[in-house]
Design a protein. Structure first.
Length: 315
């Protein structure tokens, strides 16, 4: 695993001797965290490993002491079993100049093969180009043969290039290279059909159909997976959990659909619609969670121009 850890330290975070590196983990992910710490120490960086209790849901805030440590670190890695990516703690740390690499549900196998084998430097301009196209558009439409038909306003929103390479004031999941944007609240309309995976749940056994009106999910239909998602959202007792928070396009040619969020979201040519929290992507909503609904072979139109057709990138 050390080869992958060195890539994370040297290529993705560009750790130097004068960096204060913070590795936030929980009891389920200590092995990954220790490998990262060893690679960071080998670079001569001041390295701190913090172990917290696992969060109960994706998007739940870390303890206040951890949030304070994040704000005071130049580099942050988060190998955790429940995501703290879409939290105020990470947003505040990045706003303060930290560079963060998020590693939710990262596995030993992921450190060795799959998405980590991608040439992040080569894919960086591709990702930035797609993010720029998202950020310069007013309207987006996503369709799939499985039944997705969703429109949303992007006007005034910034495209986010999550390239797996971070500079001060940036964050990126690893290894799921993606271009993402948060739609204007209340504008998403239509139907989402997740036929690949749901981040936080894994591969779907049958498609999950969700109806969207005025930016919020109003109905969830399907089999056992649909009922599970419905129960998760209901349990939060938070209306904002139903918010359409993100349009993301996977751009990692080495990622595989495996049921693990950081691999699944990055599969080249897939689209995911995030629901719940949107504050880390430029939106205004803080919810109890952030889940992603991933679909195969999507077509994406920006202001009427097709940039992705049946999963093939045209720009």
């Amino acid at each position: 695993m050390m080869k992958g850890a060195r890539k994370l330290i040297q290529t993705c975070a560009r750790v130097k001797k004068d960096d204060n590196v913070l590795i936030v983990t929980d009891q389920n992910m200590i092995g990954i965290a220790e490998i990262l710490a060893a690679a960071s120490i080998a670079e001569g960086a001041e390295t701190t490993l913090v172990i917290m209790s696992p969060r109960t849901e994706h998007g739940q805030e870390p303890p206040k002491a951890v949030a304070a440590a994040m704000r005071n670190s130049s580099v942050i890695f988060t190998p955790v079993s429940r995501s703290i990516t879409h939290t105020s703690a990470l947003r505040d740390a990045v706003s303060s100049g930290s560079r963060a690499l998020v590693m939710t549900e990262f596995t030993e196998e992921m450190m060795i093969s799959g998405g980590m084998e991608a040439d992040f430097e080569a894919m960086k301009p591709v990702c930035e180009g797609v993010a720029s196209a998202l950020g310069s558009s007013k309207m987006a439409k996503v369709t799939t043969a499985a039944g997705t038909s969703l429109t949303m306003s992007l006007e005034g929103r910034k495209g986010n290039a999550l390239t797996c390479i971070v500079s001060p004031g940036q964050f990126s999941p690893v290894p799921n290279i993606e271009a993402a944007i948060s739609p204007v609240e209340g504008t998403a309309q239509g139907v989402i059909v997740a036929d690949a995976s749901v981040a936080g749940m894994g591969l779907v056994s049958s498609p999950i159909k969700t109806s969207v009106k005025d930016g919020m999910i109003t109905l969830i239909e399907g089999g056992e997976d649909a009922r599970k998602l419905q129960a998760i959202l209901k349990e939060t007792a938070d209306p904002n959990s139903y918010n359409v928070a993100e349009l993301g396009i996977g751009l990692n040619p080495k990622s595989r659909m495996s049921g693990l969020m950081l691999e699944d979201e990055g599969v080249f040519g897939t689209v995911h619609i995030g629901i719940g929290t949107s504050i880390t992507l430029g939106g205004k909503i803080k919810a109890a969670l952030h889940y992603d609904l991933i679909m195969w072979r999507p077509t994406v139109e920006l202001d009427g121009k097709v940039i992705l057709k049946d999963g093939s990138l045209l720009i």
